[in-house]
Design a protein around this ligand. Structure first.
Ligand SMILES: Cc1cc2nc3c(=O)[nH]c(=O)nc-3n(C[C@H](O)[C@H](O)[C@H](O)COP(=O)(O)O)c2cc1C
Length: 195
């Protein structure tokens, strides 16, 4: 199965790394796009983009609107934007497809295919909320980067890593069960799987 993974310029690039790692473990083919701001933040948080690039099946220039994934006729099982900025949320919510991330997301929506956004911003104002609601109404899954604390973490870093491992694995499984159409799979009750 084929999943487009976009990394935009929000904090939380560690989530992208976790997702790419989990996808690789699930033998999911990942097609990676990183925006200029995404690269800048990854440099700050991960020391660069090499750790992301080496986990991906293929990598695209975010300016390459001639890439196959910019077209609806190109078969893509799902797209995940992790982390997702409020700027990209806004562009997608308004159909402003000026780079490969926003165009590929636009394609997912127009073709009725799964689109998962992992927004990271705080606090959020009314326009951020309206844009996210607009996308949710169109069927996108809004999965904010909000680590849980159920496991009584001793350090924040441990907490974010544990939460990351769990959620990225479940996204990968959710995507997989959409493809498999396995109605006996308990994960098929997730929104992305009930399409
Ligand atoms: C270090 C740094 C951290 C940032 N963190 C966030 C963030 O957490 N959420 C967000 O929405 N924007 C954040 N921004 C702002 C975006 O990077 C900026 O709006 C950019 O234009 C987004 O472009 P893109 O969505 O094409 O990557 C951050 C910028 C920098 C330089």
């Amino acid at each position: 199965m084929k999943v487009v993974v976009a990394v935009t310029g929000a904090s939380g690039t560690i989530y992208a790394k976790g997702f790419l790692k989990a996808a690789k473990e699930h033998v999911i083919e990942t097609h990676l796009i990183i925006t200029d701001s995404g690269e800048m933040v990854a440099k700050h948080e991960l020391g660069g983009i090499d750790g992301l690039v080496k986990l991906a099946h293929s990598v695209y220039d975010h300016k390459d609107l001639l890439a196959g994934i910019a077209s609806g006729s190109h078969d893509v099982d799902a797209m995940v934007i992790v982390p997702c900025t409020m700027k990209s949320v806004s562009a997608i919510a308004h159909g402003f497809a000026d780079n490969l991330v926003t165009r590929a997301a636009d394609v997912q929506l127009k073709e009725g295919r799964p689109l998962i956004l992992v927004p990271r911003e705080t606090p959020v104002h009314a326009i951020h909320l309206e844009n996210m609601a607009k996308l949710a109404h169109m069927g996108a899954v809004i999965l904010p980067a909000m680590p849980g604390f159920y496991h009584d973490p001793k350090a924040f870093k441990t907490s974010s890593i544990l939460s990351l491992g769990r959620s990225s694995t479940s996204w990968a499984l959710k995507i997989k069960c959409t493809r498999d159409g396995d109605q006996t799979n308990p994960l098929s009750s997730f929104p992305i799987c009930s399409r």
